[in-house]
Design a protein around this ligand. Structure first.
Ligand code: ZN
Length: 250
């Protein structure tokens, strides 16, 4: 189905790119923040069997996972506030104008360690004069992201003042293919998160950050319509499925 945005532009609802990483209970599932692999196990209680292959009537699995550590997820300011504000309450619209950009992180020395950083200037240059509500950042090299074991690897992160670039451009939703916008070991500062959500000085309930996306090589840089939805969890973060649709000109 073609959905018209303007008399001369549309999206084709059949041609969306799903940017989420599937959750699975094996070693191939990505992990970050030192969590073990997710568990998907049938309920087995009082002789009841929650697996057809084991003689049960239905498959009935318990799933244990961590949104931040295991899968594509979207979070709100509740990630860093004493009160756990809910992404399910704060994300209330689901279609956004979006731009996909691709960035080669810079290697910058930090206390004797070479960090991989996306700088504010790189963000600014890649965004250009586009006006969009959501920014989707693909980092290079774009390999192994569906099964990466990030814990203890000092993954790529964003220069803190990059958050100000997004605020200044009125970009409300940042989506990245990394475990975090901040450095893995930063002494608990989460500086980018704080600046982006203006916590504690002027908390912003509208902005979201989505992490652990998988943006395939077939997705070209450019402008899209983003459909961003989360599972309805009352929690600071929930699994999400960002789907983008190329804007076509008629
Ligand atoms: Zn997170």
């Amino acid at each position: 189905m073609k959905l018209f945005l303007t008399p001369t532009t549309c999206i084709d609802t059949k041609t969306g790119f799903d940017l989420s990483i599937p959750l699975q209970n094996n070693d191939k599932n990505p992990t970050a923040w030192y969590v073990a692999a997710p568990e998907i196990e049938p309920v087995m209680e009082n002789g009841w069997v929650g697996a057809v292959k084991l003689g049960g009537a239905v498959n009935f699995n318990n799933i244990r996972f961590n949104p931040h550590g295991h899968t594509t997820h979207t979070e709100c300011l509740g990630h860093i506030t004493e009160k756990v504000h809910s992404i399910n309450q704060t994300l209330s619209t689901f279609f956004f104008t979006a731009k996909v950009i691709t960035i080669i992180p810079e290697h910058i020395e930090n206390n004797g360690v070479m960090d991989k950083i996306i700088t504010a200037k790189q963000l600014k240059d890649a965004i250009g004069d586009t006006t969009v509500e959501a920014l989707i950042v693909r980092t290079l090299p774009n390999v192994n992201k569906a099964s990466a074991q990030y814990s203890g690897t000092n993954p790529c992160y964003f220069e803190t003042i990059g958050a100000q670039v997004l605020i200044d451009l009125n970009i409300k939703h940042l989506l990245i293919d990394l475990p975090s916008v901040d450095r893995e070991e930063d002494g608990g500062k989460l500086a980018f998160h704080h600046l982006f959500w203006q916590v504690p000085e002027d908390p912003n309930f509208e902005r979201t950050i989505s992490e652990l996306l998988l943006i395939g090589d077939e997705v070209e840089d450019g402008e899209y319509i983003l459909n961003l939805q989360v599972a309805a969890f009352e929690n600071d973060a929930a699994p999400s499925r960002p789907v983008i649709f190329k804007i076509e000109s008629i």
